[in-house]
Design a protein around this ligand. Structure first.
Ligand SMILES: Cc1cc2nc3c(=O)[nH]c(=O)nc-3n(C[C@H](O)[C@H](O)[C@H](O)COP(=O)(O)OP(=O)(O)OC[C@H]3O[C@@H](n4cnc5c(N)ncnc54)[C@H](O)[C@@H]3O)c2cc1C
Length: 502
């Protein structure tokens, strides 16, 4: 593929980079990705699936279907060892999906392939230089590419973050785990999770099915191995010998582990970028935050970072909005990442095996057995309670717009269908024809519709039915009001640029 400059260059075609590319392409921005991996194939296990809000985010773009048909629906939210059921939550997807990251990436890559985003594979970004009008990105083959903006979606060890001089404060690791996929010569007498003074370990077949809400593992095939190491701080790439040694330390045998297809190390280090933006360089996903995998939140947070960033960046590139709109990306997403760091650090503390931690875990389980704590934690773990601080007002303000079943003059319509093209929507549920937004009509869709059902938000429950809502392309509500449109021109200008001369 011939390489060429683009308006936005993304480094990294992991989940965050792929999603961002899709968002920008939908907005009509010229975007390209540079990816070190030669193909999308992902070696080893990482994310085990999707939480409810991520499924919703895909649904907002009309791409949930392949994930739903390949994945296995299950109640996946949990905290402190307690499963948190969201089946009573007001969402079209009151569940998570078991679906391995390699499949998530393959489906996303298929989507951005349809959107014709070029991915320059087998090429590594080595550095960049930014000036007043753009960024030159150096590549390992000696070439360079120029873009107006550069986004580092290049993972936890992000070169882009480091080269931008963005600090990455946080906590050093206290535990270290090996995660591997390998064959075992002997069948272990016990499958599943084992806990001991060292930490948590597990042996399970890679292939599984969910039957009646329970995981049923395959009888044969490669085994997913998770084992806590005795020492923290190893810096070399883990080997089969390391894996065997760690297994023997825990199980007294390595079960004849052989032929690994992957062995990786992860720790409970928790760090977050001090800034998500430096001039024309932005970072998203693991490049902006790393934390232990407890609760399965990394991929979700990264994908949702980019859905927050994509439309903003597109508007800046098109000259619709000032470049200061990009600062709201940090303001909105940094607190979300900080909360993930906090709950994963707490989860790690709660997994310790001493008597006092067990007592604390039991206490947490008792608390989470009550309905209100269950709803709050379940909403946090599944991403359904995210609230951007857009000021005082109706409870919907800054929260996710529910996927209501609307009725329009042209028939039934789901709110999420309105968001498929990633454009803002002013949804008028009051008197038809009550709004005139001509100066923004080139950017904002105005839809007159009726909705007679209940208005219910996760955790908060019933909220007052609004007459009109302004929905951002990421599905969060930017304004709530009625046909008097108090504050609407300001909200339209803040989020979607100044009025066009009419
Ligand atoms: C054991 C484990 C279990 C996990 N379980 C879950 C889970 O259940 N749920 C969940 O949500 N998350 C989970 N995660 C986290 C999840 O895997 C990550 O959060 C997610 O992959 C981050 O996506 P990303 O796109 O930000 O970064 P990455 O997936 O790391 O992608 C970065 C990409 O950038 C490329 N790259 C890096 N540097 C360069 C460069 N200089 N030039 C070009 N390309 C470059 C890399 O090759 C890679 O493709 C888990 C992680 C681990 C380790």
């Amino acid at each position: 593929m011939t390489m060429r400059d683009a308006d936005v260059l993304i480094v990294g075609a992991g989940p965050a980079g792929l999603m961002l590319a899709g968002e920008l392409a939908l907005a009509g921005v010229d975007v390209a990705i540079v990816e070190r991996r030669a193909s999308q194939d992902l070696v080893g296990s990482r994310s085990g699936g999707l939480h409810s809000r991520t499924i919703e985010v895909f649904d907002q773009r009309g791409i949930a279907e392949p994930f739903l048909s390949e994945g296995q629906k299950a109640q996946v939210a949990g905290f402190a060892g307690v499963q948190l059921d969201i089946s009573d939550f007001p969402t079209r997807h009151p569940y998570g999906l078991g679906l391995r990251q390699r499949h998530i990436e393959r489906i996303l890559a298929g989507w951005i392939g349809e959107l014709k985003v070029p991915i320059y594979r087998g090429i590594e970004a080595t550095g960049f230089a930014q000036d007043d009008t753009g960024v030159d990105v150096g590549l390992d083959d000696g070439r360079s590419l120029r873009a107006q903006y550069l986004v580092g979606c290049d993972g936890g060890r992000s070169l882009i973050r480091k080269a931008a001089g963005i600090a990455f404060p946080g906590s050093d690791p206290t535990t270290s785990n090996l995660i591997a996929e390998a064959e075992l010569a002997e069948t272990p007498p016990e499958w599943g999770i084992r806990r001991d003074a060292l930490g948590i370990h597990s042996l399970a077949r890679v292939e599984y099915e969910i039957r009646d809400g329970q995981i049923v593992y395959a009888d044969q095939g490669p085994v997913g191995i998770l084992v806590t190491e005795r020492h923290v701080g190893a810096t070399s790439e883990p080997t089969l010998a390391d894996l065997r040694e760690a297994l023997i330390a825990v199980y007294g045998t390595d079960y004849g582990a052989h032929s690994p297809t992957s062995i990786t190390r992860f720790t409970d280090a928790a760090r977050q970028a001090a800034a998500y933006r430096k001039g024309r360089v932005l970072i998203a996903g693991d490049a902006a935050h790393i934390h232990p995998p407890d609760g399965g939140q990394g991929l979700q947070t990264g994908v949702q970072d980019t859905v927050n960033l994509g439309w903003k960046l597109a508007q800046v590139i098109k000259g619709i909005s000032p470049d200061s709109l990009l600062d709201t990306y940090h303001t909105e997403r940094h607190p979300v990442g900080a909360r993930v760091l906090r709950n994963t650090m707490a989860a790690v503390a709660l997994r310790r095996e001493d008597e006092r931690t067990k007592a604390l875990r039991d206490t947490m389980a008792e608390l989470l057995g009550m309905d209100e704590p269950r709803r709050r934690f379940a909403a946090m773990m599944s991403g359904l309670d995210i609230h951007y601080d857009l000021g005082e007002g109706h409870k919907l303000l800054g929260r996710r717009m529910p996927d209501l079943n609307l009725v329009t003059a042209n028939g039934p319509l789901r709110v999420f269908t309105l968001l498929h093209d990633a454009r803002p929507v002013l949804l008028n549920l009051g008197e038809p024809g009550g709004f005139d937004i001509t100066p923004w009509a080139d950017r904002v869709k105005l839809i007159d519709a009726k909705y007679d059902g209940a208005w219910e938000l996760p955790v908060l429950g019933a909220v007052t039915a609004p007459d009109a809502v302004l929905i951002r392309p990421d599905g969060y509500v930017a304004w709530v009001g009625d046909r008097h449109a108090l504050g609407l021109p300001d909200a339209l200008t803040t989020w979607f640029g100044p009025p066009a001369a009419v």
